[in-house]
Design a protein around this ligand. Structure first.
Ligand SMILES: C[N+](C)(C)CCCC[C@H](N)C(=O)O
Ligand SMILES: O=C(O)CCC(=O)C(=O)O
Ligand SMILES: [Fe+2]
Length: 421
């Protein structure tokens, strides 16, 4: 590392840095001759490591692995992984962040091989591996998407020839399960074949990847067109594309469908990649996309049929994006269950209807519609935060069973199998 033995220059340097001037220092140069244009960077001696850092008044700047990173000093103190600050067995912070002086600055900083050492005013030392900092810095993270996906229309999905997973391999091998989850994460839908057509086997399948999310519809549901519940799903009518449980504050993450019996005609299932449609809106009308991410809407479920009395309300925009990288993670789209709009003034309402129309036009393009006939033995998993489903009207006796899954637990299983989720 360059700059060893420069401590006599440190106070002058600090003055300089306080004024926000960037400094370079080379051992072989006369430091004074560089004032006041001088730039002071601490460099590693070894070319191969290629690391440089600089202590600014209010942040620490690091260049490493082709990344320029800036760290707040409180952040650097807060993320200390020393035994007294962090319990590496439980992966939990022991340090009380509120005890850190918000104006804290390190007394000294030094680099040894690939480890940075920060000594704080009270003498506590925090060590960071350079690679850890790259992996965990804002600049290192922000280029990375949280969830890699393949957006699809009917042709893209069909051409991809995504293989279904067999019931046995899904249950018995981690590889089968991993293949299934990989496809599910990429496309937002996935099928399991050769499942015995019973509710019990469907439940077993669901439990292999997640906890079942029990709702007002029960844990496992089993339904026919008997209008046993106050919802169109329990009729023979067609259902336009929608996501379910938009009236929950957190809509159900995954939906599982298994058609156990159908003696009649029609009843095909419609699937549409909501993120593909949203992407088209973003390309064609970015300000409409933005409005759909901003305007809060209510969805509502009011039921008074037989013994079932429910009133559910969920509030949130149609498109939900991560605020730091604008990645879309949830679409809430159900025109049946959308409640009275009273969360925005009339002029915004009008712009919202325009944006909603643009999205609807994309969602309804025939080329975006993927139709399948669910059959006994073939179980469909749908990412209810991304892919919309619908159904054609039907005749005859039709029995469907399934359940909702908690999204966190599906992702948990995926991560434990080594997938990015
Ligand atoms: C039948 N099953 C339990 C699957 C769903 C019923 C929920 C229907 C509701 N309109 C919604 O979209 O959330
Ligand atoms: O009957 C179907 O195929 C699906 C109905 C539906 O949308 C649902 O149950 O959520
Ligand atoms: Fe539905």
């Amino acid at each position: 590392m360059w700059c060893h033995g420069l401590s006599h220059l440190q106070s002058r340097l600090q003055n300089l840095l306080r004024r926000g001037v960037t400094c370079w220092a080379f051992q072989q140069l006369n430091f004074k001759s560089l004032f006041p244009l001088a730039i002071h960077w601490h460099h590693t001696a070894s070319e191969s490591l290629n690391c440089a850092w600089q202590q600014h008044e209010d942040h620490f700047e690091l260049q490493y692995a082709n990344t320029v990173m800036r760290f707040d000093y409180v952040w650097l103190r807060d993320h200390c992984r020393s035994a007294s600050c962090y319990n590496s067995k439980t992966h939990q912070r022991s340090l009380d962040t509120a005890s850190v002086d918000l104006c804290i600055k390190p007394k000294t900083i030094r680099l040894d091989e690939t480890t940075l050492f920060f000594t704080w005013p009270d003498g506590h030392v925090t060590k960071y591996d350079l690679d850890w900092l790259v992996r965990n810095s804002y600049e290192g993270q922000k280029q990375k998407v949280i969830q890699p996906r393949i957006l699809w229309n009917a042709e893209i999905y069909q051409r991809a020839q995504v293989p279904s997973v067999d019931f046995q391999s899904f249950l018995e091998s981690n590889e089968g399960l991993k293949n299934f989850l990989q496809n599910f994460l990429l496309y937002g839908i996935a099928f399991v074949e050769n499942v015995p057509p019973t509710q019990e086997h469907t439940e077993k399948l669901a439990e292999r990847i997640s906890l079942i999310r029990e709702t007002i519809y029960g844990r496992m549901w089993y339904f026919t067109s008997d209008f046993s519940r106050g919802d169109t799903a329990y009729t023979k009518l067609a259902l336009d594309r929608h996501t379910d449980t938009t009236y929950f504050q957190e809509p159900c993450g995954i939906q599982v469908f298994h058609c156990l019996k159908h003696e009649g005609t029609g009843g095909r299932t419609l699937l549409v990649d909501g993120f593909y449609a949203a992407e088209q809106v973003l390309q064609k009308a970015p300000e409409e996309f933005e409005l759909l991410t901003k305007v809060p809407l209510k969805h509502e479920y009011i039921e008074n049929v037989g013994e079932c009395h429910n009133h559910m309300i969920g509030v949130g925009p149609v498109l939900n994006i991560y605020p730091w990288n604008k990645e879309l993670y949830l679409i809430r789209y159900n025109n049946y269950d959308r409640a009275v709009i009273n969360t925005v003034p009339y002029d915004v309402v009008h712009r919202w209807y325009t944006a909603h129309r643009t999205l609807t036009v994309e969602l309804r393009r025939p080329e975006n519609e993927f139709w399948v006939k669910l059959k006994p033995g073939r179980v469909l998993f749908i990412d209810n935060w991304r892919v919309l489903h619908g159904r054609e009207s039907f005749t005859g006796y039709r029995q469907l069973c399934g359940c909702y899954l908690t999204r966190d637990d599906v992702l948990n299983t995926a991560r434990l199998l080594g997938l990015q989720a």
